[in-house]
Write a protein that binds this ligand. Structure first.
Ligand SMILES: [Zn+2]
Length: 428
């Protein structure tokens, strides 16, 4: 037990101290806001006088409830960066406010110029601006915090953390040819003559559909004693969504087959999720196919908006969301690799919706950077090493059609296998 001695326990303060001590360190805490400390427990003071032996200075972020531009004063700190400098205390910056700023995604509540899909552009991210987004900086700070607390209270027991990996696959297009209306396939023969033979062979059952890479996905995960989590896009009403009707017989048969393998299933809310009322229909489809309401999500195109997207998920009974990551680069959008709860800054409340950040995604190089095999693998290695150093969690995002046998460019199957084996080595 640690007693937090501070002048006021606000919702922001409770959220970040709960995250740091209860969720991350596995240590119970209590608060004291005045009077003499009598407890024999470990005591940490934060922004209060008289200061205890172990004191942390504060800026005013956790004691306010407004949302205003802040311009954090970023400076070099040990092997990384820090901001919200303070003059007194065990750290020369307010580590609790800095963590809050990053994991609440404070900067995404402020006005910004959206990208072509209405998203917060990565170049506006504070960590990207300082070229540190490949490091889970929050956990680097937390490892220093742990050292400082242990130096003062060596008998405190911290939760043991281990490297872990969660492999997720977005199923935007279950098939390339199958499950589409006859007329569409017929038109496709002339529109894309290069794929005509493959299309005919698939439709006549001679070959597997090129996007049906699930047996391979299942096998490689099974070999590493892990499971892939598949996020299904079930809306085929807009140009950015699926081209296949999930009510088609081919779709239903494939899902029945996948359920017999070692996959986990989750929902991939469609492109227009925030601007339409398509969610009820998508949830109905999910229940019909998988026999239960979806509890886990990732937004198609990562079109998340704070706080509306997450609030809508809470209303729909979703408990975990996997959308937090960049669309055009690998790295940590909130500076952290492990799950944390969504805090609604507008309502100034904590919630029980878990946000599970991802840090490596195939779309970064399929659609944006398009780097060489070696460049991509070097970056995967760098990120996995960074996560391993702080015993964090690697969440990867790939697509079933990325592993298409005839896909051009990088050999994604080989890249993915290398990534799996890198991760497997670290977790042993
Ligand atoms: Zn998608």
């Amino acid at each position: 037990m640690i007693v937090i001695y501070t002048n006021e326990v606000t919702n922001r303060l409770k959220y970040v101290f709960d995250f740091v001590f209860i969720e991350y360190f596995g240590i119970q805490i209590s608060y004291q806001t005045n009077g003499i400390i009598k407890s024999d427990d470990c005591v940490i003071s934060y922004n209060i006088k008289p200061e205890m032996d172990l004191h942390f200075g504060a800026v005013d972020l956790l004691f306010r409830n407004d949302i205003a531009p802040l311009n954090p004063d970023v400076f070099s700190w040990k092997d990384c960066i820090a901001f919200f400098s303070v003059k007194n205390g065990a750290f020369d910056f307010d580590v609790f406010s800095a963590i809050f700023y990053l994991i609440s995604r404070y900067e995404e509540y402020l006005p910004f110029e959206e990208d072509e899909h209405g998203r917060f552009p990565s170049h506006n991210n504070l960590l990207v601006k300082h070229n540190i987004e490949k490091l889970p900086i929050v956990e680097v700070w937390l490892s220093h915090l742990k050292e400082i607390i242990l130096a003062k209270y060596p008998n405190l027991i911290f939760k043991k953390r281990n490297f872990s990996m969660v492999s997720t696959i977005d199923v935007d297009h279950l098939f390339s040819f199958k499950g589409k209306p006859l007329l569409k396939n017929f038109g496709g023969l002339f529109k894309r003559p290069k794929t005509a033979i493959a299309r005919i062979k698939t439709l006549f059952g001679i070959d597997n559909d090129p996007f049906d890479t699930f047996n391979w996905i299942n096998e490689v995960h099974h070999a590493q004693k892990t499971k892939a989590k598949l996020f299904f896009l079930l809306n085929n009403n807009s140009e950015y969504d699926s081209q296949i009707n999930s009510n088609s017989l081919a779709f239903k048969n494939k899902v029945r087959n996948l359920k017999m393998q070692e996959f986990e299933f989750a929902w991939h809310p469609s492109y227009c999720f925030l601007s339409s009322n398509a969610e009820e229909e998508e949830i109905e489809k999910f229940i019909h196919l998988f026999g239960e309401k979806p509890k886990e999500t990732r937004q198609h195109f990562l079109r998340i908006k704070y706080p509306n997207y997450f609030e809508k998920l809470i209303q729909l009974g979703v408990t975990s969301d996997y959308s937090l990551g960049f669309s055009d680069k690998n790295g940590f959008r909130s500076g952290i690799s492990v799950p944390h709860y969504f805090f609604n800054l507008e309502k100034d409340t904590s919630t029980s919706l878990q946000i599970i950040p991802f840090c490596i995604a195939d779309h970064v190089d399929r659609f944006y950077l398009k780097r060489s095999f070696e460049e991509i693998l070097n970056e995967y290695n760098f990120i996995v090493q960074n996560i391993n150093k702080i015993d964090g969690q690697l969440v990867t995002l790939f697509h079933n059609d990325t592993f298409e046998k005839d896909s051009k460019g990088n050999n994604w199957k080989v890249l993915f296998l290398k990534l799996l084996s890198l991760s497997n080595k670290k977790s042993q």
